[in-house]
Design a protein around this ligand. Structure first.
Ligand SMILES: [Zn+2]
Length: 121
């Protein structure tokens, strides 16, 4: 099966004279002289397999808040603090949860450290 001749240049890959005399590469076939691949019929070739859209893994980070009484109290203090910006509060709350997770509880040092920020001298 023969490739179809480019309809724009007639098969020689150039268009001459029409544009001021100089031969230019045919924009339709880019110089090949053949008709460009029919653009129709190009349905989605990339067969993107519908990947199983799994729901994002439920954040298995456990409870969102502190689990110990000290942590809860501390979190309340942080939330109620007027000295902290919302950003700082969020950071401290996350810190409390983190600390509990790694230490199993809130250490005295940690409580002190946070309380100092909650109620600056
Ligand atoms: Zn052409």
């Amino acid at each position: 099966m023969q490739a179809e001749t480019c309809g724009m240049c007639g098969g020689d890959g150039r268009i001459g004279n029409a544009l001021g005399g100089s031969s230019a590469t045919c924009p339709s076939c880019h110089g090949s002289g053949r008709r460009a691949e029919a653009s129709y019929g190009f349905h989605d070739v990339t067969k993107t397999k519908p990947e199983h859209h799994r729901p994002p893994p439920a954040a298995s980070t456990g409870p969102e808040g502190p689990a110990t009484p000290e942590g809860l109290q501390l979190a309340r203090d942080v939330s109620a603090s007027t000295a902290l910006t919302p950003d700082a509060k969020a950071r401290l709350l996350a810190e409390i949860v983190n600390h509990e997770r790694t230490h199993g509880r809130c250490t005295k040092t940690f409580l002190k450290k946070v309380r100092k920020q909650v109620r600056p001298a």
